[in-house]
Design a binder for this molecule. Sequence first.
Ligand code: NAD
Length: 342
Amino acid sequence: MIGIGVIGYGYWGPNLVRNFVQVPGAHVVAVSDVRPDRLVSIHKQYPTVITTAHFRDVINHPQVDAVVIATPVTTHYELAEAALRAGKHVLVEKPLTSTSSQGLSLIEESLRRNRVLMVDHTFVYTGAVRKSQALVANNGLGEIYYYDSVRVNLGLFQHDVNVIWDLAVHDLAIMDYVLPMRPQAVSATGMSHVPGKPENIAYLTLFFDGNLIAHVHVNWLAPVKIRRTLIGGSQRMVVYDDLEPSEKLKIYDKGITINNGPETLYRMLIDYRTGDMWAPQLDLTEALQIEARHFIECIETGQQPITDAEAGLRVVRILEAASQSMAERGQLVKLNAGRLAA
Ligand SMILES: NC(=O)c1ccc[n+]([C@@H]2O[C@H](COP(=O)([O-])OP(=O)(O)OC[C@H]3O[C@@H](n4cnc5c(N)ncnc54)[C@H](O)[C@@H]3O)[C@@H](O)[C@H]2O)c1
């Protein structure tokens, strides 16, 4: 039985506890939050779970083998490092850390201690995203032309991070999993509409080798909720709408054919192909349940997590580069083998 300790029981922490409670082979031992009202809430729902205001009580507890961190982004590094140093496996919320050097340092610590370090890129464990990844990997879409996502709503303004570290992190994590190619450079623009607060709207453009391009639009100040991604390929195109109750993924057999025959020597002809659309059957198991089971399996078997800390670090590097670009009003920032070069 793997003993689980959770640090942070605000908005997301309860989802993690609820899921780990249901994982065979796992046992939630202790939960920590600095807010007394949150501790009362845990005790009401899970009377046998130990509650404490001090995170060290969780990481030092002899029955805790793995620590799950669901606290604000700026605290991830300190808490994850302390847990790894105490010899515990760690699952940390997205984004992995606030800086890439912190991410790198956590990876080194996990390797030194031979402990699992995984990041909660939740969407990667959804049926829709796993199906999209399989389609791309099996060349079901042909050559990938673009990745275009919109994630907007009247959202909760975060205090410690801007909208890209809160929302775009999801899109970058999905893109990192679905596309086999890595972006080479990023240009980002954004704006704050609340004095003294970080940017609440942002547009990121990512450039890859060749003619693949990606765009991510995130906004906490939109009147409607949109969670939609388009992946355009030379053979087929995918629309992933996370708000659709069942048919979240639609695959369109649509595209263009370019005719360059002798009769069109002086004129390029573009023919439109409009075939069928279908919505594949998806696994509707809650993503966090699949992810929690995967974390336990990685601890038990020593396998590398799908969303390992390297994936977390790649996403943090893009967020860091995008933040730099945003500060320079959209200046292109290169992403070089993970090292930032302006
Ligand atoms: N994967 C997802 O889909 C998803 C969704 C929402 C939030 N998140 C992530 O989860 C994390 C937490 O976000 P949230 O919305 O739950 O924030 P929140 O502010 O609602 O909750 C954080 C909790 O951590 C507690 N806390 C802070 N420092 C602590 C410490 N040192 N020891 C113990 N408790 C401490 C706070 O009191 C608070 O209750 C963030 O990293 C966020 O990005 C992920």
